[in-house]
Design a binder for this molecule. Structure first.
Ligand SMILES: [Zn+2]
Length: 289
C-alpha cells in the first residue's frame, strides 16, 4: 500500500470515528429528519424547503445536526438539547425543565415549545430558518432516552464503558451513536438509507396500529413534548441496567437497545412531521416508502 493510500485510509477511518456532539449522532438526526420528510404534506414540504439554507441542497435531513454545531457559538442553547431528571424514570416539566442555574423553560421540551410557537407566529422575532433547524434537531434529541437520563451522571456521559471490548466510550454515546453504527455495519452494509428504509417498513408493518397515535396528543397550543420526554425518562431507567461504570457492553446490550433506538427514531420522525404539517398546513400526508 502506497503512503498516500495509507494516509487516505487513515484519514477516512479517523473521520468515521470523529466524535459527534452530544445528541443522537449525525446519523440519528439525519434518520429522524429523513423519516419526517416522508410524512410531510406538500404544503409543509414547500414551507420547509423555502426556509432551508442553501447548503442543505433542499434536504431537511442535511441540516438536522446543525444545532449541535452551534452549541459553542450559541452557548445559551446548550441546555435546550436535553431534560435530565433525578433518576426516578419520570419527567416533570415544573421540576426538570430548567438550565444549570435554574433558568426556567431551558430544556429540550421548552425548546420544542418555543420554536414551534415561533414558526406558528409570522410576527415572531425569531429567525425562521434557525427556528426550523432547532425544532427539527430537538425532536430528535427528545426521543433519545439518555437525553432524559439522570442529572447525576449527565445523562450517562460520565459512565465510561467499553463497546465490544474495543472502543472506550460512555453510556450516552452508546445511545447516540454506537447502537446505530453497529446496526448499520452489521445489518445494512454501512448504508444509512437501507436502515432508514427498514425503519420505514416497520412503520407500515409492526407499528402500523400504534403509529397513527404517536402524534395524537398534538393540539394547536401544545406540542406534547412533555409526553415525549416522559417516555424517554421511562426508557432511560432500563438503559442503565447492566451498564455500570467501567463495564463492557456487547451483544446482549446491543440487542436490547436496538429495537428501542429504531422505534424512537421513527417516533421522532413521525412527530416532527406532524408538528411541521400543523405549522405549514395542508391536508393528508405523503408517505414515501
Ligand atoms: Zn442535540
Amino acid at each position: 500500500m502506497g503512503l498516500l493510500m495509507l494516509l487516505h485510509v487513515l484519514l477516512v477511518a479517523a473521520a468515521a470515528r470523529a466524535p459527534a456532539a452530544q445528541a443522537w449522532g449525525k446519523e440519528g438526526h439525519y434518520m429522524t429528519c429523513k423519516i419526517a420528510d416522508g410524512f410531510l404534506t406538500s404544503e409543509a414540504l414547500t414551507g420547509v424547503k423555502a426556509l432551508l439554507p442553501s447548503w442543505a441542497n433542499g434536504e431537511l435531513a442535511e441540516v438536522c445536526s446543525w444545532a449541535d454545531s452551534q452549541r459553542f457559538r450559541y452557548r445559551w442553547s446548550s441546555p435546550l438539547h436535553f431534560a435530565d431528571t433525578p433518576g426516578d424514570c419520570k419527567f416533570s416539566y415544573a421540576r426538570d425543565c430548567h438550565g444549570t442555574k435554574g433558568e426556567k423553560d431551558m430544556c429540550v421540551v421548552g425548546g420544542i415549545n418555543n420554536y414551534t410557537a415561533a414558526l406558528q407566529d409570522s410576527s415572531s422575532p425569531y429567525n425562521r430558518t434557525e427556528s426550523l433547524l432547532f425544532l427539527s434537531h430537538f425532536l430528535g434529541d427528545i426521543h433519545q432516552p439518555m437525553h432524559c437520563g439522570r442529572t447525576a451522571d449527565l445523562g450517562g456521559n460520565t459512565i465510561v464503558v467499553t463497546w465490544y471490548n474495543t472502543t472506550k466510550t460512555n453510556l450516552h454515546k452508546v445511545w447516540d451513536e454506537k447502537v446505530i453504527e453497529t446496526a448499520m455495519n452489521r445489518f445494512y452494509k454501512d448504508d444509512r438509507s437501507a436502515m432508514i428504509q427498514a425503519i420505514k417498513l416497520n412503520l407500515t408493518n409492526e407499528w402500523s396500529k400504534e403509529e397513527n397515535q404517536w402524534a395524537a396528543c398534538y393540539t394547536r397550543t401544545t406540542t406534547c413534548a412533555d409526553k415525549y420526554a416522559e417516555e424517554s425518562a421511562e426508557l432511560s431507567c432500563p438503559a442503565y441496567v447492566g451498564a455500570e461504570q467501567g463495564c463492557n457492553l456487547e451483544d446482549e446490550y446491543f440487542f436490547s437497545a436496538l429495537p428501542v433506538v429504531q422505534k424512537r427514531l421513527a417516533q421522532g420522525g413521525v412527530r416532527l412531521a406532524a408538528i411541521l404539517n400543523r405549522i405549514f398546513g395542508g391536508n393528508g400526508r405523503l408517505q414515501s416508502i
